[in-house]
Design a protein around this ligand. Sequence first.
Ligand code: ADP
Length: 465
Amino acid sequence: VALAGIEAARAPFRGARWKVGPIVAAEGSGGEVIEAVSPTGSGAVGTVTLASPADVEAALAAARVWDAPVAERAEVLRRASDLYEARFGEIFALLAQEAGKTLPDAVSELREAVDFLRYYAGEAREGAPRGVFACISPWNFPLAIFTGQIAAALAAGNSVIAKPAEETPLIAALAVGLLHEAGVPPEALQLLPGAGDVGAALTSDRRVDGVCFTGSTETAQAIHRAMAEALDPGAPLIAETGGINAMIVDSTALPEQAVRDVVASAFQSAGQRCSACRVLYVQEDVAEPFLTMLQGAMAELAVGDPWELATDVGPVIDAGVRDGFTAYVEAARAEGRLIAQGPVAGAGHLFAPALVRVGGISDVAREVFGPVLHVASFGGGEIDAVVDAINARGFGLTFGLHTRITARAARVTERIEAGNSYVNRNQIGAVVGSQPFGGEGLSGTGPKAGGPDYVARFYGAPRAD
Ligand code: ADP
């Protein structure tokens, strides 16, 4: 379908208001009602009833494993994938409205969610499910990551209690509705909208047999501690967290291609991807012309309303993070380290992509989860030191390299500790099935999502108690 046709499908949902509360199989009692506010600046997206402690209790009490035959579970997940595709207009509208996603970003997000459903349907096997899985997901891929976690747990026959990010419960509710419509029983898939406290209530409850989590490293560590205190030691935590991802561009790289790939890696989805490039290392003898070209490409980016087809970079998720980025970039400016940032005007939490110089190759201590790219240069003999500096950070999610020296590509990708390495292309995402995604070290526990070992982690002997 041409983009214009897709645009026509989402248009009727512009300005719509959605509504969600806990979706639990037993009687719960709703908590506080809040307005969901759009990052686009267009006001309310709808109302959300947060899960109360009584809802958490109701969900845990009602949870039942999905004991349908393997073939039926697979069939239901495939049917859900068809429903996702059929409802693309509303999905794209909600992704724009609730999460600030541009149309191309929404299209690829739906594709990934559908791929997860179909791939994990094909991975369903005979075997004992673990029991109740808490699936706790972030706002940056509110459909794809949310769906991937749930689909893997359901393929293995578990009962899922999903806790979506507090920023994006409406798209989560739409997805759960489609999964139920496809035939997932209500007691095998429940939804608890709410903040971290709802997640913490789940992960510290002994009735939860496993946790699937995507979000910050700090939260993964908190969940790990809560599980160690409360759960059976055999209950798995499958965690996918952040990264301080780097890309190296050496003096043999094709500049036009490298610039295009840097822009996509750092600024697509307004940099709000765990895989995004955060630190760019450019070989010093080409650094000046390369950064000039990069600034030219950044100046071309249209930052604005995700409802406009011409928009390349939509808003960041909320005013708080936008203000944090502004303060970060202003501090860099005051220190004389801001290389470039374009102007920005318009409604919503917009933040123009920025280029910030760092002092040395081992600088950059934390992940800035937005469109801010750090730059350092390195000398001809320093490439091993750059790799060491990247590895020393302890994160190992994605890595990119632009070079035309084959032996260098082999050596660097061999030494780098990263779950996903990309050579002479952008460092974006993964392909469900053929290119699984996941990190090492502080970036996650493995196994890689969308890979052959993933669903296996959701099986296990039921616990004795
Ligand atoms: P992000 O920085 O991407 O928002 P978080 O790790 O804060 O990452 O959030 C990811 C998910 O984890 C969200 O659904 C959030 O509500 C949930 N969460 C936050 N704190 C906790 C906690 N202590 N226990 C369980 N889940 C939590």
